[in-house]
Design a protein around this ligand. Structure first.
Ligand code: A3P
Length: 299
C-alpha cells in the first residue's frame, strides 16, 4: 500500500501491535517491516534513529547539507514537498525496495526499535546516529504533533495524552524502552549518540561531530553554511525543511506547525505539579541504572 493510501485510513488512527511495537495501519506493513532486518548494508549507509519528536527532521537537514557541503540550493528540489523525499523513513511502505537500489550514500531515518533493523549494523557495517531528547519535551512536542498529524489519534486532552505516553501507548512505544534498548547496543554498532539539547546548546560542535562520523572534509565556510541553514529560524523559512508543504491529508496545517518551538523546557508550560511528580517517579524507576542524564531546562 502506498503512502498516499494512508489518506483512506486517516480516521482509523490505528496502531497495530507487531513484535512488541505499534505500527500505523496504512503507513507501515508488518511484512515489509520484517524484511528490513535482511537488508544488505554498505559501509557508507547511515541510519538516523529517533524516538518521535526528538529532532529527526533537524538531523535530516544537517546531513543533507553536509553531503551538499552547505549548499542549500543543491538540496532544494521543487518537486519535493519535504526532505523525506531525499532521506526517507525506511519503515514506511515502499521505501525498503527503493533503498536496495539507491546510490551511495544511502541515508535513512527510522523510529523503529532495534530488533527490526538490518542485522549487519550490529556487525559494525554502516553507521547509526541516535538522537535522544529529554522525554518531558518529547511528550509535549508529541502531544501537539498528534493534533497536526492525521495518521495519529487526536488527543482528548493533555492529561489523557500524558497517560498514554507514559504507558507507551503511542507510535514509537515506550520512550524508556526505545532509548534503553538502542543505547545498550551502542557498542555493537558504529553509533554516534547525540542529544537534542546538545544540538541546541552548541550546533557548531554537533555538526562537526557528525561531519567526522561521515568522514567528510568541509571548509570552515562550508561548515558555517551547514550550521546557518539548519538553525530553527532558518529551517522554518525553507518549506522543504519545515514540512509545511507536506500534503494536508497527512498533516493538518490548520492545527499547528511542525516547526513549533524548537527549545528546551517547554514541558514547564504544560505539566501540572502532579504530572511532574508522577513523571519523575516513573523516570527514576526506569532510568536508575542508565548512564545518561538529560538537560531539562535551558537555564
Ligand atoms: P517542538 O515541537 O518542541 O518545537 P521530529 O523531527 O523528531 O519530529 O522532532 C520535531 C521537534 O524538533 C519539534 O519540536 C521541532 O520544532 C524541533 N526542531 C526541528 N528543527 C529544529 C531546529 N532546527 N532547531 C531546534 N528544534 C528543531
Amino acid at each position: 500500500m502506498e503512502l498516499k493510501d494512508a489518506k483512506a485510513h486517516n480516521n482509523q488512527h490505528e496502531l497495530v501491535a507487531h513484535r512488541g511495537f505499534g505500527l500505523i495501519r496504512g503507513i507501515h506493513d508488518p511484512e515489509e517491516v520484517d524484511q528490513i532486518s535482511e537488508l544488505h548494508i554498505r559501509d557508507s549507509d547511515l541510519f538516523v534513529v529517533t524516538y518521535p519528536k526528538s529532532g529527526t527532521i533537524w538531523m535530516q537537514q544537517i546531513l543533507l547539507l553536509l553531503e551538499a557541503k552547505g549548499d542549500v540550493t543543491a538540496i532544494s528540489k521543487p518537486d519535493l514537498n519535504s526532505n523525506a523525499g531525499l532521506m526517507p523513513w525506511i519503515e514506511v511502505n515502499d521505501n525498503r525496495q527503493a533503498f536496495i537500489t539507491a546510490p551511495s550514500p544511502r541515508m535513512r531515518v527510522t523510529h523503529l526499535q532495534h530488533h527490526f533493523m538490518p542485522r549487519p549494523l550490529s556487525q559494525k557495517k554502516g553507521k547509526v546516529i541516535y538522537v535522544a531528547r529529554n522525554p518531558k519535551d518529547v511528550l509535549v512536542s508529541y502531544f501537539h504533533f498528534h493534533k497536526v498529524a492525521n495518521m495519529l489519534e487526536t488527543p482528548k486532552d493533555f492529561d489523557d495524552f500524558f497517560k498514554k505516553f507514559m504507558r507507551g501507548d503511542v507510535f514509537g512505544g515506550s520512550w524508556f524502552e526505545h532509548i534503553k534498548t538502542w543505547y545498550s547496543h551502542k557498542d555493537d554498532m558504529n553509533m554516534l549518540f547525540m542529544t537534542y539539547e546538545e544540538m541546541i546548546q552548541d550546533l557548531q560542535s554537533a555538526v562537526e561531530r557528525i561531519c567526522s562520523l561521515l568522514g567528510l572534509e568541509l571548509t570552515d565556510e562550508e561548515l558555517a553554511n551547514v550550521v546557518k541553514h539548519s538553525t530553527f529560524n532558518n529551517m522554518k523559512k525553507i518549506p522543504q525543511a519545515s514540512y509545511e508543504q507536506v500534503p494536508s491529508y497527512l498533516l493538518n496545517h490548520n492545527q499547528g506547525t511542525f516547526m513549533r518551538k524548537g527549545t528546551i523546557g517547554d514541558w514547564k508550560n504544560h505539566f501540572t505539579v502532579a504530572q511532574d511528580q508522577s513523571f519523575d517517579h516513573i523516570y527514576h524507576n526506569e532510568m536508575k541504572d542508565f548512564p545518561l542524564s538529560f538537560i531539562w531546562d535551558i537555564e
